[in-house]
Design a protein around this ligand. Structure first.
Ligand code: TXA
Ligand code: MG
Length: 353
């Protein structure tokens, strides 16, 4: 199969040729095919969420285990009523506050949602993305798009269409290229089937933001540490996550000590004939001696780091770097989501200096 790429942005959305592409994308989904599309978090690999065959195809294209459930993306509120058994008050409040946006709600599923989409579970994850292209595509496709991130299983989620193409060319019909995504890390997932709502995956919408709307929110204990005696509650979080080809270590401590430690380790690795890469920030980038130093963004504005992190990790793979050191990030706000993804990528390997 040849994978087609079409440019489609908020700006050109109303043009006739672009409307035709949207229709084509919708028709592909209705016929059981797959289309990758931009969202504000990361690119999604979309299929018809109510068609079990489409979900099977998604798992096959990604190389993903089929007990790892998919998120259904909707474009209007009424669609939620169709696919869940009931809507608890807290779900309504959260949707009002954060949709469209980077928040996924886990609720009891209605019968019409196939178990193929939910990985065999009685619950379903749902989100309304905050991206004009995504919303128009979902509408054109009938309103229920099952979509995991559009990467091969085990690679970082794509923040640019070129990375979708790298992973999925020949496996899907069409990629809607909307340019670089806005946030860069996947949505926050909240399970509302528990007495106390629980965060299963941290993201742009933080615990504090959720608590302002619905009161107490719990956090899955497995999110920020390596203790795997407990199984994570989002099935996807138990799978070995993306690990870069190079050995990644997170270095935590004061700026001065971190820079000093990483430069010492760089020297040692070089003497052993290895190439070294560093994930720095704008302020510290000039201080490192490694051959490849990349700034993830401005430490004072961690959203900038979230946006570039996956791109940087992919670039280190392409550049075949042997050893990677990363600065550590805060555990508040979006920093928690950044650290959650970095810790997984590093296999929880942290040096405190
Ligand atoms: O930002 C995002 O959420 C992106 C964009 C494309 O919307 N999607 C995304 O999907 O990250 P995916 O499939 O890569 O991650 C979905 C996560 C997995 O860890 C999965 O196990 C969990 O959501 N999940 C899905 N349905 C669930 C359910 N019913 N109960 C618990 N966890 C669920
Ligand atoms: Mg994913």
């Amino acid at each position: 199969m040849e994978t087609k790429i079409a440019n489609i942005t908020e700006e050109n959305l109303t043009e006739e040729s672009v409307q035709e592409i949207l229709k084509e994308a919708g028709d592909i989904i209705k016929a059981g095919g797959l289309v990758a599309f931009p969202t504000e978090t990361v690119y999604g690999l979309g299929g018809d969420g109510l068609n079990p065959d489409s979900s099977r195809k998604i798992y096959a294209a990604k190389g993903r285990p089929s007990d790892n459930p998919l998120i259904i993306h909707i474009c209007k509120w009424e669609a939620l009523e169709e696919i869940v058994e009931d809507i608890p008050k807290k779900a309504e409040l959260l949707a009002q506050a954060f949709w469209p946006g980077p928040l996924t709600l886990v609720l009891k599923k209605a019968d019409k949602v196939p178990k193929e989409t939910t990985g065999g579970l009685d619950t379903v994850a749902i989100r309304m993305p905050d991206d004009k292209v995504a919303l128009a595509f979902i509408e054109a496709a009938g309103g229920y798009i099952a979509a995991p991130s559009a990467n091969t299983s085990g690679r970082p989620s794509p923040t640019l269409a070129k990375y979708v193409y790298q992973d999925l060319q020949g496996k899907i019909e069409l990629i809607l290229d909307g340019g670089q995504v806005c946030i860069g890390l996947e949505s926050t997932i909240v399970d509302l089937t528990e007495e106390i709502p629980m965060i299963l995956r941290p993201g742009y919408v933080t615990k504090e933001m959720l608590e302002e709307v619905i009161g107490e929110v719990a956090c899955d204990k497995t999110l920020m540490n390596a203790d795997s005696s407990q199984a994570p509650k989002a099935p996807g979080m138990k799978y070995k996550h993306y690990a870069p080809k190079g050995q990644l270590t997170i270095v935590s401590g004061t700026e001065e000590k971190v820079v000093c430690y990483i430069n010492e380790q760089t020297k040692k690795a070089r003497e052993a004939g290895k190439t070294v890469g560093v994930i720095a920030t704008d302020a510290t980038k000039p201080l490192y001696q490694a051959s490849v130093v990349k700034s993830a963004g401005d430490r004072q504005q961690e959203e900038t780091v979230a946006k570039e992190l996956y791109r940087i990790l992919r670039e280190f793979d392409d550049e075949e770097i042997d050893v990677i050191f990363s600065e550590s990030f805060g555990t508040n706000g979006i920093g928690q989501a950044i650290m959650n993804r970095l810790l997984k990528a590093a296999g929880y390997h942290v040096e405190n200096v």
